[in-house]
Write a protein that binds this ligand. Structure first.
Ligand code: ATP
Ligand code: MG
Length: 258
């Protein structure tokens, strides 16, 4: 029974005009597992995430959450399964018009219909979990540093106690030390919740820290997936080139060289 993956993607295809982005992608994420998808800029990581979140309709293929295909679901049903999800967006995507605590409480008030005082109490608890105090809860996101904004985003993602959390480039734009703090918090918070995590990142230090398994997206497919401990001996030239950041190798970046 526990063999059923939390997320099971099969033969996913997506193209924009003549540009094929996903070309038969398969990926499994186990219950309470943390999978990190790596891949170059423009390889389709965000498109993959948007397909899972139902923000983009794939052309074909299936995405099963708890064994149920969610591709093409009507809006009401889609909203119901989305409640299982927490999301940490690239860039935070916080509302500057709302104080920090309300940003964190947003999902509790909107989709869980929690009263404001109770939602505020939960928000303060989640903020404390990521090391932010009550004083910060009253500030506007615009008054925070990038690292603090990421913490707030993380607190918001975990506030609804989701079964699945998506992390989109969680450490982009942070210095190496703050990145490490965020990585530690991601690991701690997802473990405490027993949540399943799917992340996309360029940042190999982050991938090494938060992943149980790493999957590499290239040419529209997952060309290698394995335990994070195996990443340095994947035997895959594309993975090697990517994790070592070499310009030369089988991966050709779309850069004009003249
Ligand atoms: N809505 C869209 N319409 C047309 N093309 C799109 C759309 N969204 C994405 N693409 C194209 O799909 C390809 C993959 O984009 P995607 O954003 O998934 O890349 P990525 O792997 O997330 O890159 P990065 O690491 O730079 O964020 C790109 O060539 C992009 O131009
Ligand atoms: Mg992207």
């Amino acid at each position: 029974m526990t063999d059923q993956p939390k997320i099971r993607i099969r033969d996913l295809h997506k193209r924009f005009g003549s540009k094929v982005v996903l070309d038969g992608l398969d990926l499994d994420v186990g219950v309470a597992e943390s999978v990190v998808v790596i891949g170059g800029s423009g390889s389709g990581k965000s498109v993959l995430l948007k397909c899972i979140l139902g923000l983009i309709d794939p052309d074909s293929g299936t995405i099963e959450i708890d064994g149920r295909n969610v591709v093409g679901l009507p809006r009401a049903e889609r909203e119901a399964y989305m409640r299982k999800f927490g999301m940490l967006f690239q860039g935070g995507a916080l509302f500057d018009s709302l104080p920090v605590w309300e940003n964190v409480a947003f999902g509790l008030i909107q989709s869980k219909r929690m009263g404001r005082p109770e939602a505020r109490a939960v928000a303060l608890e989640k903020l404390a979990q990521v090391g932010l105090n009550e004083e910060v809860s009253l500030l506007s996101p615009a008054e925070l540093s990038g690292g603090m904004q990421k913490r707030v985003s993380l607190a918001r993602a975990i506030a609804i106690e989701p079964e699945i959390i998506f992390f989109d480039e969680p450490t982009t734009g942070l210095d190496p030390i703050m990145s490490d703090v965020i990585n530690d918090l991601i690991v701690k918070c997802t473990r405490e919740l027993g949540a399943t995590a799917l992340s996309i990142t360029h940042d190999m230090a982050s991938a090494r820290k938060i992943a149980d398994r790493v999957a590499m997206l290239y040419d529209g497919r997952i060309i290698w997936a394995g335990p994070v401990a195996d990443i340095d001996r994947s035997g895959n030239a594309h993975v090697d080139q990517f994790i070592n950041g070499r310009a030369e190798g089988p991966i050709q970046m779309a850069v004009r060289r003249s």
